[in-house]
Design a protein around this ligand. Sequence first.
Ligand code: FAD
Length: 417
Amino acid sequence: MKNGVVIVGAGHAGVQAAASLRDDGYDRPVILVGDENELPYHKPPLSKTFIKDAEARPQPLRGEAFYTGSAIDFRPGIRIDRIDAGRRSVEISGGGTLAFDHLILATGSRPRTLSLPGSDLSGVLSLRSLADARLIRELSAQSDEVVILGGGFIGLEIAATLRAASRTVTVVEAVDRLLGRAVAPVVASHVRQRLEGTGVRILTGTSIARLEGEIGHVAAAITSSGERLPARMVIVGIGAVPNVELAQAAGLSIANGIRADHQMRTSVPEILAIGDAASYRHWFTGGDVRLESVQNATDQARLAARTITGHADGYSAVPWFWSDIGDMKLQMVGLTAGSDSHVVLGDLPDNKFSIYHYAGDRLLGIESVNRPGDHMLGRKMLGAGFSPTPGIVATGPDGLKAALAAFQEEEPVRAAG
Ligand SMILES: Cc1cc2nc3c(=O)[nH]c(=O)nc-3n(C[C@H](O)[C@H](O)[C@H](O)COP(=O)(O)OP(=O)(O)OC[C@H]3O[C@@H](n4cnc5c(N)ncnc54)[C@H](O)[C@@H]3O)c2cc1C
């Protein structure tokens, strides 16, 4: 046992795993390999601010000194091509191998691609990496008209950001509402109304039949009903697919992601999978999930480090997520699939409200718009295993805080949020 840990992927999950290994006292080599040629950076600002501001700089996850100071052998611009699970080694693209005692796969996900006539024209882009964001920023400076395919979080964040930079923005979504099933219909229509209020055009229930170009560059998107939407830039935001190929070729179990257990071990116990690439049974719902969020990536990374250092308990973090769309800070806590009723706190016209979702009498989660206090309290409630009745929710934050305190006096705290 001297080879240490190799981490493949230097994004949110990979960097946190390296840091947590050191925090947990792991003293063998830690090699962090990433195929981007960058100091690892925060992804969320890319769609919210970076693409509209020519002066904006990437925000590093950790300063450069962190890697040397923590004896983390960070190797940027290197791709791992193959895992030899039997020999416990990985092959570096272009030659060379790295041996490991444990391997952490933090390979993330990539944008789902579009297969339409014209989707290979220049100016048809998607946003995942800093390199993508730089391209979008550059092209946006020369493009008044932008069409965004997909009305999910990333598509709508980009729409709001580019609209704030005075671009003419049209969002085209194939189904009849925004944000898929990620939020309640009332939240989705609120987001739509406010975005439209800023001048973003939104077409739901509409698909794109083809993209037209001029001299190799996109010029328009043509809807299935024949409308021509002029565009110098088309951004495709139709979801992400997990990067599982490396794991799959090594024979690891795959099911909508690299299959991991409650300690993030794959079907080969020395190999762990975390972040956007991993699927697992979530303690909160009992269902199989693959989540794409910073919270999921970093909490799983912390657990993977504990698994390797022998202190693992099991995954018990409360799931949460945020998205900034124009003047709306959306915050979600819990997992609300299966909700059969809800209670609203606050005011939609004020652009400040929260939806408390229930299945029967169990609180499944809370979606908040510009009510960060509700979100933070929700994280505490769900972390403590406290499910307030709709009647208590209706008493507002003070009533909820008092009820949570009374609950915690009686019940042991289940887990920290
Ligand atoms: C534009 C944008 C905005 C977002 N906004 C939010 C937000 O507001 N809130 C939120 O909670 N989440 C947000 N997310 C999602 C969040 O960023 C992801 O869930 C998170 O980055 C997942 O971390 P990860 O480490 O699993 O994957 P990543 O951060 O994608 O890192 C994976 C890394 O592995 C590298 N890699 C893959 N294969 C190999 C290989 N074979 N060899 C070497 N390297 C490899 C990839 O290039 C990448 O650098 C956003 C994502 C994007 C793209």
